[in-house]
Each structure stands twice: as C-alpha cells, then as structure tokens.
Design a protein around this ligand. Structure first.
Ligand code: NAI
Length: 336
C-alpha cells in the first residue's frame, strides 16, 4: 500500500521506516513535511492511504479531494480524531484507523511533570539558578500529599494519572459520564463535575474534545473552581476557553495553568518559530504570566510511544491491505 505521510518529522520518518522495514510486506511510505489541508491534499496523488497527525485538517473538502484522488484509507497516528470529519469520511467510503493507546503512561507522566513544575516553580527556578540568583522568594509551592486533585475523564490516560497521583498521597475526585470500577478500585471517588471543580486544588483534563466538551472549562467553570486552584490540560486545547482562562489568571481566581495543548495550536506547535514574530496575541498573553507553564504538545513524545504509534499505524494499514477494516477503526457511531 502506498501511504502519504503528512506532517512528517525526522522522528516520524525514523520510527515508521524502522517498523515498516521489519514487516513481511512493507508498505511504500512517502514522507511529506507539510500539514495536510485543502492546499496540500494534492500531494497525496497516487497514494492509497494518507497518514495524518493531530493538527492536520481532515474536514469534508479535504476528504473529498483525497477521495477523488483515489485515497481509501485515513491512518491517524494519534488517539484523538477531533480533526477528522468522520461523517464525511463514511459518506465517501473512506476507512479511518487510529492508535487508541500507545503509551497512556507517557501522557500521564507528562501531566504530573507539569503539575510538579508549576507547583514548585521549576520553570522559574531553572532560569534563576543559571543567572546566579539563589533566592527562594516566589518559589514556594505546596505539598501534593493530602491535596484533592480532580481528574476529568478516567479513560486510559486519566487512569494512569490517578495511579500516579494516589501514589503521591493525593485524594482523587473523578468525573466521567462512564465511571469505571477500575478508577474506584485505584482510589478515585466519582462526583459530578460541579462538585469536583470547587473541591479540587488541581483540576486535570483527560477527556476527548467533542462538541459536548468544547470549552467545558469556561468562565462559569473557572468561577466554580477553588480560588487559586491550578488547571492542567494535556488533552486537547479546545476543552478550555483560553480568553476566559486569561481573565481568571488576571483576577487571581485561577492560581496557575499548565498546558500541553492550546486551542489554536495548529499554527504554532511542532515547528521552530523562534525567528518569527508571534502572531497569536492570546497565546502571547498566556506566555507573560509567571504562573503559566506551556509545552508544545509533547506529552506523547517518548521512545516507547513513538514505536507503538508506528507499529499500530502500520497494523491498521496491513489489515486494510489484507482486505479487511483497520484494526482500530474510527466509526460514525463514535462521534454521535
Ligand atoms: P480514552 O478514550 O481512553 O478516555 C477518555 C475518557 O473521557 C473516557 O473514559 C470517556 O468516557 C471520558 N469522557 C468523555 N466525555 C467526557 C466528559 N464530558 N467529561 C469527562 N469525561 C469524559 O482516551 P485517553 O487515551 O485517555 O486520551 C484522553 C485524551 O488525551 C484524548 O482524547 C486526546 O485528546 C488526549 N491525548 C493527548 C496527548 C498529548 O500528547 N498531549 C496524547 C494522547 C492523547
């Protein structure tokens, strides 16, 4: 199968080539640096499948263009599929595969790294020490032990986060429309979201971005949180209304923000823009706060996760090449 791999970085090329080379029937991989969007879809000419990532645009016009060129399979090399018009794909007869789980540990561990960094002001301490400033003013954190942490979404990543946080001696409150016995067995207590928000010193988001969860943390949710609480998002930027968060940070209602995702990250993340003027004023404002830590969608970025992403992506391709459906399909039922 000929697969056009969009948004291909050196690490994608390395891991996909390695996994592909080890297959009995390797695929023909064509690596393309650009994002997939309406302007670049033409680059998939001659491909049977397109392999895409979190910030590629797979809306109806892009899918139509791909389908007209003969593409019959979309291989998402990530878990989320909020950037794919799944209904349009079904209408066009395009199968979609994804990587539902590659390393939930990677994302959960990065989440906890963000909580610790923000709480203990590591982002500020690092620069201070390098400048010979060993003063501690402004660096005071709090013990995580004994604090209540609210985990929103108790799927694979939320579960890993719960296990790490209970290991720290935290009390974990959880909210998920589909509660799991596993989470309760791990020590989490399910409560409605309106009870989780005011009770939690830290709120961490681990649910997918859907029309229902878009801006679930808005002005009202922020007002319901404990004054001075910390908000952490390693899921998808659209879960948070960034402008409302900025207002809450300015007033002090929100005590800190740690994010690995941002709702307009598509124009920023995964690229070296250090020689350019930042055009996104909302993002630029976020970066001015001393109590905000941002990483550029790197929570997934471990060697184990990349290997698993490459293997599962090619497993999905193998299954379709053999005449079946992707091993891990995305279907219309998953979005309605
Ligand atoms: P999962 O599908 O295993 O779990 C998601 C959970 O969210 C499910 O239990 C579901 O019932 C729950 N949920 C759905 N709607 C909800 C709502 N309104 N409120 C609370 N919970 C709700 O997904 P997984 O693997 O745990 O991933 C979670 C999210 O993390 C993904 O959707 C993806 O957006 C993000 N992610 C981010 C990465 C990064 O590098 N920053 C890497 C991988 C995933």
């Amino acid at each position: 199968m000929r697969i056009a791999v969009f948004s291909a970085k050196s690490y994608d090329v390395n891991t996909l080539e390695q996994a592909n080379g080890a297959r009995a029937a390797p695929h023909d991989l064509v690596f393309l640096n650009p994002h997939l969007d309406a302007n670049t879809a033409i680059l998939a000419q001659g491909a049977d499948a397109v392999c895409a990532f979190v910030n590629d645009e797979l809306d109806a016009p892009v899918l139509e263009a791909l389908s007209e060129q003969g593409v019959r399979l979309i291989l998402m090399r990530c878990a989320g599929f909020n950037n794919v018009d799944v209904t349009a794909a079904a209408r066009l007869g395009l199968a979609i595969g994804r990587v539902p789980a590659y390393s939930p540990y990677a994302v959960a561990e990065h989440t906890v790294a963000l909580i610790l960094a923000l709480n203990r002001r590591l982002h500020r301490a690092y620069s201070r020490v390098r400048e010979g400033n060993f003063a501690l003013d402004g660096l005071m954190g709090f013990d995580l032990h004994g604090k209540t942490i609210g985990v929103v979404g108790t799927g694979r990543i939320g579960m890993c986060a719960i296990r790490v946080l209970t290991g720290f001696g935290c009390k974990v409150l959880a909210y998920d429309p589909y509660p799991s016995e596993e989470a309760e067995a791990a020590g989490a207590q399910y409560v409605p979201l309106q009870d989780l928000l005011p009770a939690s010193r830290v709120v961490t988001l681990h649910c997918p971005l859907t029309p229902d969860t878009h801006h679930m943390i808005d002005e009202a949710a922020l007002a319901a949180m404990q004054p001075g609480a910390m908000l952490v998002n390693t899921s998808r930027g659209g879960l948070i209304d960034t402008r409302a968060v900025i207002a809450a940070l300015k007033s002090g209602q929100l005590g800190g923000l740690a994010i690995d995702v941002y709702e307009e990250e598509g124009d920023l993340f995964f690229e070296n823009l250090s020689e350019q003027v930042l055009q996104d004023d909302v993002f630029a404002r976020l970066l001015t706060f001393p109590n905000v830590v941002v990483t550029g969608h790197q929570a997934f970025f471990t060697a184990e996760a990349l290997e698993a992403i490459a293997e599962t992506t090619l497993d999905n391709a193998d299954a379709v090449a053999a005449g079946g459906a992707p091993l891990h399909p995305v279907t219309v039922e998953m979005v309605v």
